[in-house]
Design a protein around this ligand. Sequence first.
Ligand code: ADP
Ligand code: MG
Length: 267
Amino acid sequence: MSRIFCIANQKGGVGKTTTSVNLAAGLARVGQRVLLVDLDPQGNATMGSGVDKRKLEASVYDVLLESASVAEARSRSESGGYDVLGANRELAGAEVELVALEHRNERLRRALKAADADYDFVLIDCPPSLSLLTLNGLCSAHGVIVPMQCEYFALEGLTDLVNTIKQVHANLNRDLELIGLLRVMFDPRITLQTQVSDQLKAHFGEKVFDTVIPRNVRLAEAPSYGLPGVVFDPASKGAQAFIDFAREMVARVSSAAPSTTPHTLVG
Ligand code: ADP
Ligand code: MG
């Protein structure tokens, strides 16, 4: 059975795609079978995995409209060692088309069920909004991973996101929980970042991942080569941090209680 995680934060540029691609590659490196679903019409996770979004024969768009299965629409990231359900601009239209369709929140969930046996982890890179696309992600997932920069306004946005997760949990998907907050682009020399990091720990406790992703230029360079940072420069600090994070996720999943017990969200 696969464990399904959304990488979500309604802000843009906070590191969702970098986290999705490098966690996928990190998990593959430690022997996990991974599917990365690109739910952002920008297609950055697709390109960053070395899959050309302009040449997709089928994509997540076809899956959402039920004209292709996951098995038919997936591509392979040869460099990353994982599968990709790619996205391109066509996906922007899905938003409007879905509104008129039955089970519009649950299309991705239904499609992923059919591929359940193929993967240990499914990661969903969400767009920077609370759209029908993100809702499809949240309705499919067991948990949400929230990448965030330790800046003052990061905390403000977090309240909205936590409330959204609570609402989806209450109304649409009882499996959904906030798995954790991932501190990304972290620079310990910046006092404010250390202070916000301490506040996060004080407020969210166990929900803050132990792994911290540093600001590292190699992670930012990698997408222009169509490679995950973990593959582009495995010895870099950024790559090492994502491999640590992959191990932390594997440990969390294997120690998690079966999903028959009630989930606790953040308080
Ligand atoms: P999002 O998907 O939330 O919009 P991205 O993952 O695309 O965010 O990241 C935004 C920008 O920040 C990109 O240019 C990316 O290369 C850069 N970036 C992300 N994480 C790091 C990091 N740890 N160190 C340096 N640059 C980073
Ligand atoms: Mg992105």
